[in-house]
Design a protein around this ligand. Structure first.
Ligand code: DGL
Length: 295
């Protein structure tokens, strides 16, 4: 009997979720992934709660149509702002970023002085502060919003003087209060890890929550989450979708994985009430990322 495996659905505002996908590829190599990067609406960090709920609903509905068995909200902003509502709306298990990030930070910290860098929406939501308090009330948490980082990453400017200057400015207040651990509270930020570590020096531990998120995912799948819901997909390979520009997938995908041998399909979900109204544009493969024509 052939074994059909249903895909893991992942979404983010753009390429940030690729930093989570890489751990899914290594922990669950037999699993197909369907990835949605909402590049038409990036950055999410300055979006309202209502917008984030609407985007999340459309994306999750789309991923479910492709047979997703479980959803990873590979976006701290969505995890902080819209996830409680989305979890009520959908019966599929949805795994978020915040609690796993807090668990990973608590394992890493020596002095319980933890910095969190994240989008404005994540910082304003108070999600990290609440989760740290719930896990360990003795921890000192210092948060810093970094609105320039996501546009820098999406435009591929990760190893630039501009990124270094921004990192200096954002990290200074956290260095002044003496953090010993820094949580990357946005999935785009691991692309900036070398610059961040250079600015912070070797003493401060940088924590990427992604691996802990994937451990939670593996556990959920082990518990048979979502089994036998809906149809099995016909295609068993990874698929990547973006609602807007796709270039960043190719340039940053290559940086992360060495190669990015996938075609990113462009899908506009903006007016989607149902499958029939989703407009779908096939783009050229990764050999010609500059040729994308927009909507
Ligand atoms: N990568 C997302 C996050 O983890 C969203 C960043 C953004 O689009 O502002 O928060």
């Amino acid at each position: 009997m052939s074994m059909i495996r249903r895909p893991i659905g992942i979404f983010d505002s753009g390429v940030g979720g690729l930093t989570v996908a890489r751990f899914i590829f290594s922990y669950l190599p037999e699993r197909p992934v369907v990835y949605f990067g909402d590049t038409a609406h990036v950055p999410y960090g300055s979006r309202s709660r209502r917008e984030l709920i609407v985007f999340g609903e459309r994306i999750i509905s789309f991923l479910l149509k492709l047979g997703a068995e479980v959803i990873v909200a590979a976006c701290n902003t969505s995890s902080s702002v819209s996830l409680p509502v989305l979890k009520k709306r959908f019966s599929v298990p949805i795994i978020g970023m915040i609690e796993p990030g807090v668990r990973a930070a608590l394992k890493a910290t020596r002095e319980k002085r933890i910095g969190v860098i994240a989008t404005e929406a994540t910082v304003n939501s108070g999600s990290f502060r609440r989760a740290f308090e719930a896990f360990d009330p003795e921890v000192q948490v210092y948060q810093q919003a970094c609105p320039l980082f996501v546009p820098l990453v999406e435009s591929g400017k990760v190893d630039t003087e501009e990124a270094r200057q921004a990192a200096f400015a954002y990290l200074k207040p956290l260095q002044e209060v003496g953090i010993d651990t820094l949580v990357l509270g946005c999935t785009h930020y691991p692309f900036l890890t070398p610059v961040l570590q250079e600015v912070l020096g070797p003493e401060v531990r940088i924590v990427d929550p992604a691996e802990e998120v994937v451990r939670e995912l593996v556990k959920a799948l082990g518990n048979g989450c979502g089994e036998h819901q809906g149809d099995c997909p016909e295609r068993q390979e990874h698929r990547f979708f973006a609602s807007g520009p796709t270039t960043s997938f190719y340039t940053l995908g290559k940086r992360l994985f060495g190669e990015f041998p996938f075609t990113v399909e462009q899908v506009n979900l903006d007016h989607s009430e149902g499958e029939s109204t989703i407009s779908w544009i096939m783009l050229p493969g990764n050999s010609q990322p500059g040729l994308e024509g927009g909507n």
